[in-house]
Every structure is written in C-alpha cells, then in structure tokens.
Design a protein around this ligand. Structure first.
Ligand SMILES: Nc1ncnc2c1ncn2[C@@H]1O[C@H](COP(=O)(O)OP(=O)(O)OP(=O)(O)O)[C@@H](O)[C@H]1O
Ligand SMILES: [Mg+2]
Length: 493
C-alpha cells in the first residue's frame, strides 16, 4: 500500500443519550483501496460513516483528510471534499429521469440559469458509457427500472459527482445476483481509477471478494482491522459476534397430518401468471425468484395489497372474497411482513406501538392502555431480540437491522395460521439471521404454515421444506428441498 492514508479517523466516540454508539474507534483509508466495515446490527457502522460524511457533526476524536484535521458541518461539506455516501435507504427520485437523478441537486444549467437538458442528457450518456452502463436510457423515468438499477444509479451519481471516497452502506441488500456482479465490476473499475471505497455489508462472502482490508466493529468498538487475504468468512463471523455462531436450526419436527392450511389456485395478475400451490400444517414453503420475478407482488396479493385478476385463495378452508383487504386477510388467519419493512414502520412511534399496531382491536378496547399494549408486545420484542431492548424507544432510533426485527415481532403477538414473509433476513447480521430463521422453524414445528418469499438462495434453502422457483411471473419449478443448492436454484431463473 502506498504512502500515507488519505483519510484517518482517530479515537472517534459518539453517544446517543445513554447509548455509546462508538467508543474510541480508529479507521483509515488509502487511495484506491476497498475497505470493508462489518459488524452486528447496532455495532455502529452507519454511525461512523455518518460522521465521515458530515451527517453527524458532534462527536469526539480526530478526523484527518490528507493528513490535515477537518471538521465537517454538513453532507455538502463532505461532498466538497470528495466524500460521498450512499445510504442504507435509497434516496433516488423514481419519478424523475435517469439523467435528472444522476445530477440530482447539481443540475447543469445554461448561461441564463435554466436547466440545460441537452448538456445534461449528453453528459449523462457519456458518463454511463464510460462506466459500463450504456444500456440505461437517460430520458426514462428511473422508476421504470428495477430497484437494483435504481440503487446502481445512486452509486453512479456519487461517482459522477467526483467523490474520491465513496461510502456504500449495504449496497447489495436489494440487488439480484446479476446486479451484484455488475456492481462488483464497477467497484473494480473504481479501484483502478484510484477511488477509495468503504463497503458495509452483512454478506461476508461478498466482502471477501471485494475488500482489500476489513475492519470489524462490535458494540461500538473496533475489534480488528485485517488484510483480506489473511482472514476468511468463519474468522470474520467469530470476530463480529465475539462467540461462535450457532448456525444450526432447531430440527424439523414432523407435526403435519396433511391438513392443508393454505391453497392458492391459478392466481393471475399483471406481473404473475397462473400461480398454484398449497401449504400444509407444519410446513415451510419457499418461493425463490430474482428481483422482478413477481414473487414479492404475489405475496402482496395474498395479503390484499396487490390487485389480482383471477384465481382463488383459501386459508384453512375459508375461501377469500376476490381482492380482499389486508384487514380481511389478517382476520382470516394470514400475516405478512413485506420486504420493504421500513415503509411499514412508524419511525416516530415507540417500538411496542409498532408491534401492537395491527392488533389494537384485539387488545381489549380500541384504545388500550400503554401497559396493556406492553404486555402483548414485550414477549415478541424479546423473541426477536431487539437491541437495545427498551420497548419505549422510538423505532427510528434503532439500527437498520433492529428495525427489521420490530417489523417481524409484530406478527408474533397473535400467531396467524399462515405467516407470509418476504425477505425475512434482509439487512440482518449473521447472528440475527440465524435467530430469525430459527424462529420460523419453531413456528413451523408448532404446526403453523409459513411462506417465505426471497431472492436470497441461502435463506430459501435453509428453512424451506419445499421450494417453488419463479421466473418472469411464472412458476418454473416446484420441488422438495432435497439435494438442492444455490447453483441449481440460480440456473432455473
Ligand atoms: N439517531 C439515533 N438516536 C439514538 N440512537 C441511535 C441513533 N442512531 C443510531 N443509534 C444507536 O447507535 C447504535 C449504532 O447504530 P448504527 O445504526 O450505527 O448500527 P449499524 O452497525 O449500522 O447497524 P445495522 O447493521 O443494523 O445497520 C445502535 O445501538 C443504535 O440503536
Ligand atoms: Mg446501518
């Protein structure tokens, strides 16, 4: 590695009230380096990066850029110094064009101060060509493209803005395998052009592929900084958790007497066609597909959140009326956690409130007391191990992964007959992932039905008894989860 680091953080500490989010953390970055940052949910990764990108301006410790102390006052300051951050939550504007998104906040103007569309389109096209994304039409609304492409455009925007330090906070959590590959190629290109990248991810195999060095945070402290060739996934896991991970799920107990809990027949909508399946008591069905395969909208349709044209849904012998509401679905034994869980949470409201929200009418009266609600919510919050575990905390103050856990806890209070979950482990650290999958397994073992809808092959393969593969809206395979592996699934897409 050459000479001095371009960026150094020394003994950085940051408190939120009583929580010590960061405790004397050191971190540095060299030119042309990919430095990965890993750690459990709530370890302090995003907080450290928000300091680096000017979002948090109050902290203790030193921040040196090219050897000189700096103190940023805003993300704008950071960008001026060449530091750009791509946040955990997308911040693109789907209704604006690709070009407008690429120049968001820095529109190119003519001499007269009006937007110079021609120049913007031409420059956008040239930049996309140079970066290997010339297949994107700069005039199309960005919303016409997949979530993955939208994510990529956010990355491209930061690059085009001239940032030499690019922070990516979980860039691949919503990408299809092909999109992940494209992003990794882009990262390699950036390294060649001497840009530096800080890469946050819970996908440790991906981390091992892209990173030159890896820093591990645990409980706000730096545990280690390692050269990638000198470590491996298992080593990282034990550093992240500070213990060995118990990756084995509770054994699958057979409780099924063949009773069918859910039956879906010939369900058809604009983005999925002729979908039929059953789920028996004590069974987990996994539906696997790439992003855009229609499986997430299928899940929404089951729960009354997406319009379907024909077909039937029956839960425990009760046939749903066509295009029912979510409330109707809940009343008849379904629960559903969407893949975009942040949207389903009320960030200002307390954790317990977010858990009891869909069930208020079952907790006695329409306006239950706080203690009534807490009594219902507390066991579920405990079950998913929300950290910190104070149920009175607003959800908005939790780390990304812990927010996900709250959205799951919501459905453990009044158990449904069939639990439908899209991307149950998205954004979760290795420990939390296995906790949530164990939870689903236990739910199954108690004789409930579970439908897991996911684009992560590992998740599907770990918990499912049977697997359906969807591609372009159709079921292309339906099989027992025996002798299956990632390659088999991905080849079917
Ligand atoms: N705005 C805030 N107010 C209060 N506490 C906060 C705030 N932001 C973060 N925290 C707390 O600081 C700690 C670190 O959170 P941070 O978001 O940095 O974690 P993370 O490593 O990015 O986790 P994840 O993998 O879940 O995204 C957590 O305990 C979190 O609850
Ligand atoms: Mg985070």
């Amino acid at each position: 590695m050459n000479a001095a680091p371009i960026l150094q953080l020394q003994a950085i500490s940051k408190r939120f009230g009583t929580i010590q989010a960061l405790d004397q953390v050191d971190f540095d970055l060299y030119e042309g380096e990919i430095h990965a940052l890993v750690g459990e949910n709530g370890a302090g990764k995003s907080t450290l990066m928000r300091i680096l990108s000017g979002v948090y301006t109050e902290y203790e410790g030193e921040f040196l850029l090219d050897g000189k102390p700096v103190h940023l006052h805003s993300p704008h300051d950071a960008l001026d110094l060449g530091i750009g951050m791509i946040h955990q939550e997308l911040s693109v504007m789907p209704e604006l064009s690709v070009a407008e998104n690429l120049f968001l906040g820095r529109q190119l103007t003519t001499r007269w101060g009006t937007v110079d569309w021609k120049k913007m389109h031409n420059t956008a096209e040239q930049e996309l060509e140079r970066l290997g994304f010339s297949h994107l039409d700069v005039r199309q609304p960005l919303g016409n493209y997949s979530l993955g492409t939208q994510q990529v455009v956010e990355v491209l925007r930061t690059i085009i803005s001239g940032a030499r330090v690019i922070i990516m906070d979980e860039p691949t959590s919503a990408l299809s395998p092909a999109e992940v590959e494209r992003l990794i190629r882009l990262i390699d290109k950036l390294r060649e052009s001497k840009r530096s990248i800080i890469y946050i991810s819970h996908f440790l195999e991906e981390v091992m592929r892209v990173a030159d060095r890896v820093t591990v945070l645990r409980d706000g402290q730096k545990v280690a900084t390692l050269n990638a060739p000198e470590t491996n996934v298992n080593n990282l896991i034990s550093l992240i958790l500070g213990r060995e991970v118990n990756a084995t799920l509770p054994p699958a107990i057979s409780t099924s007497n063949g009773h069918t809990l859910m039956e879906v027949n010939h369900l058809t909508a604009d983005v999925f066609k002729d979908i039929s399946f059953t789920i028996n008591q004590g069974e987990v069905l996994g539906i696997y597909g790439a992003i855009g395969a229609g499986h997430f909208d299928l899940a929404r349709a089951l729960f009354g959140m997406y319009r379907f044209d024909t077909g039937t849904i029956t839960v425990d012998g009760h046939r749903f009326k066509p295009n029912h509401s979510a409330r109707y679905a809940i009343r008849h034994g379904l629960a559903f956690a969407t893949e975009s869980r942040r949207k389903s949470l009320l960030m200002e409201e307390a954790i317990y409130r977010n858990v009891t929200l869909p069930h208020l009418n079952r907790i006695g009266s329409l306006t239950p007391t706080q203690s009534q609600e807490l009594k219902v919510a507390a066991p579920a919050i405990h079950m998913v191990n929300v950290q910190p575990p104070d149920p009175l905390n607003p959800v908005g103050k939790l780390s990304g992964g812990n927010q996900q856990k709250v959205a799951i806890a919501r459905w453990l209070t009044f158990p449904p007959k069939v639990l439908v979950m899209s991307e149950p482990t998205r954004g979760m650290d290795v420990g939390a992932k296995s906790e949530v999958l164990s939870l689903l397994r236990n739910f199954r073992n108690q004789g409930y039905g579970v439908l897991v809808v996911s684009s992560e092959p590992e998740t599907i393969l770990t918990v499912s008894d049977r697997v359906i593969v969807m591609s372009h809206g159709h079921i292309v395979a339906h099989m027992e989860n025996k002798d299956l592996n990632k390659d088999v699934l991905m080849r079917l897409l």
